[in-house]
Structures are given as C-alpha cells and as structure tokens.
Design a protein around this ligand. Structure first.
Ligand code: DAH
Length: 341
C-alpha cells in the first residue's frame, strides 16, 4: 500500500510538472482526484485495510490528497498566468499605427457665410424672417415703389410664372411682408434664394440674398453706417472699413452702394479689388416713405433703413473665388476645402 502511495505521488508530481495547458491539467486532475481517480480509489480501498492500520493509512492518504491538490492549485495558477500572457500578446494593439480617417461632411461655403451673416446681425438684435420664393408682382415690385411701368424693373430680368406671379428676383419683399404684419420697432433679416435670368462667371440664375430692415423712430443714415461698420468687422476683420457711394434704388431715398476695404490687400490695391482698394458688397439706404406708407407704417413717426446683400458675392470675396459657378457644381474637391477640421 505504501509503495502504491509513493508511486502515485511520484507519477502525479512528474505528470503535473510536465503538463502544458489548463485543459490537460484538468484531465490530469480527473485522473488523480476525480470520482474514479487514483487517489479516490485509495480512499475507497480503505475498507479493505485492517482496522488497526486504518487510521494511519487514512492519515497518509489524506496527506497525499492534500499534497496533490496543492500541486494542482499551484500549477493551475502558473498555467493561467502563462495563458493570460499569451492572450495579451496575441490580442495586442499597435497604437503606433495611423488611425482611420473618417470622411465627414461639412457645410457648404454659402451656408457657412449665410450663418455668419445671420449670427453677426442676430448679435445686434435682428430676427430672421423668411418669405416665399414664389411671390406676386405686388410684393416684389409695386409695394417696393417700383410701379409696373417703372424703368427700375429693367434692373432685374425676372422669371415670370404668370403676369402676376413670379420667382422673386430679390429678398426685398421680405421688408413688405414684415411691415404688413408688425409695427415698429422692427429689426429683421430676410435670407433666401432669389432668381434672375442671368448666367455668367459672376451671375447665376439662382443665387442667395439677405435683406435687412430696421424701422423705428429716428432711424438715420448714421445708424446704417454704424450697423454696417460693425457687420464688416465681424464678417471680414477688425481693420475693414466701409465707404458709402450715392446710388439709386426705388425703395430707398437716399440710396447708397456700400464698399469695403479689400480683404486681400487692405486697401493697397490688388487683383481682387482691381487696383482700387475697395470692393462693393451691398446696396442700402433709408426706406422710401412711399414704401413705409404702402405697408401701413406712419412715415411721419417712423423711419427705416434697409440693405440687401448677395451671399455669393460675399462668399466669393471672402474666399477669393473667381467663378460663381464653382459654388453650384458640387465638386467634392472644392467643397472639402471648407471642412473646418
Ligand atoms: N433689392 C436690391 C437688389 O436686389 C438690393 C437692395 C438694395 C436691397 C438697396 C435693399 C436696399 O434693401 O436698400 O439689387
């Protein structure tokens, strides 16, 4: 019996020492300590041992069992450690590899500029009102002091749907619709698409404008200048200055065209400003009294200022784009340049 115990102990020791995986170790555990295992068989065989020796053998077999159990436990820890390390090694991530670049979209340059313009004016208390793109002769012309036979209608080559219904050629009808529905103080911005039968490197049959209107007591040309000075500083840079040139629009009196110092050469003269140092950015003026009256505003109490600017024009100046058509071709290479990442 004693020999058998020694044999089992030795073979268990060598086998446990040479086993290489936890799976094989478990099989070995079954072989020695399982229900039909060798150590278990020894314990079962106790009943055949003479009663006087039983206690002694019992003790020896138990010690054997404890010893083998400990050997298994130690080996199991070692193997688990090794296997864990192997798993780590096989799953290791090379953090020095370059990451995958996601192709993410960006706003269209016209939207970037539109949002910037709206932000600039909203910061000065303006609200946004969007009028319809298909409008009537009355809102597009008559209510803006451009009667049916007025020569100013030649300024816009309008797309007519019927004699009376048209694709708006400017966002100025936004002024009328606002004044009809709201009493002063009024401070609105009316952005949107406009349409004219024009198509070349600097004109597109569909383009975007933003109309601005302020109506209140005592609104003057000084307010217009202050407002636009502030706007161009936000839109271009702190050094940008404005200049008013007398002009004519039927809906404003007096009317001005507003130039800014060239954002490329800052007034020195370059190809963008054709050597003049100035670039025209918008039309503006003091709202013609007829326009106020036609929309139900008392021109003896209130006065207004208005301005209208082309988003394409500002975008082209700001980004040095020479052909308006590039803004509508949806060439991804072109558009990617405006990705703010
Ligand atoms: N509606 C004019 C255009 O499309 C732009 C404009 C000029 C709007 C002067 C105004 C203004 O409000 O005062 O050319």
């Amino acid at each position: 019996m004693q020999e058998k115990i020694i044999l089992i102990k030795d073979s268990a020791k060598t086998e446990i020492a040479s086993v290489g995986t936890t799976k094989l170790l478990n099989d070995l555990k079954v072989k020695y300590l399982g229900k039909n295992g060798e150590v278990t068989a020894l314990l079962k065989g106790m009943k055949d041992i003479p009663a006087e020796n039983r206690a002694e053998f019992g003790k020896i077999i138990n010690e054997l069992k404890v010893e083998i159990t400990e050997l298994f436990a130690t080996k199991e820890l070692q193997l688990k450690e090794i296997e864990m390390q192997e798993k780590f090694n096989s799953e290791a991530i090379d953090i020095t590899l370059p990451g995958k670049v996601n192709n993410c979209g960006s706003l269209h340059p016209l939207n970037i500029v539109k949002n910037k313009i709206i932000d600039a004016f909203c910061g000065m208390g303006f609200e946004v009102f969007e009028g319809p793109e298909i409008d009537t002769d009355y809102y597009c012309f008559q209510a803006l002091n451009i009667p049916k036979d007025h020569p100013a209608r030649d300024m816009q080559d309008t797309f007519y749907i019927t004699d009376n219904v048209l694709l708006r050629p400017h966002t100025s009808p936004g002024q009328v619709r606002t004044m009809e529905n709201k009493q002063p103080p009024i401070k609105i911005l009316s952005p949107g698409r406009v349409y004219r039968a024009d198509d070349d490197a600097s004109h597109s049959p569909m383009f975007h404008q933003i109309e601005g209107l302020v109506v209140d007591k005592g609104v003057s040309l000084c307010d217009l200048q202050g407002l636009l000075d502030e706007f161009v500083k936000i839109m271009f840079d702190e050094q940008t200055k404005t200049r008013f040139r007398p002009s004519y629009f039927p809906f404003t009196e007096p009317s001005v065209e507003v130039d800014v110092t060239c954002c490329k050469c800052h007034g020195a003269g370059c190809s963008l400003c054709k050597g003049t140092g100035w670039i025209e950015i918008l039309g503006a003026g003091i709202v013609n009294k007829n326009v106020l009256e036609m929309s139900g505003i008392d021109s003896n109490v209130y006065s207004g200022l208005a301005f209208g600017l082309g988003i394409e024009r500002i975008t082209m100046i700001k980004y040095g784009i020479s052909d308006i058509r590039t803004l509508f071709e949806n060439n991804v290479k072109f558009l990617k340049q405006f990705n703010r990442r």
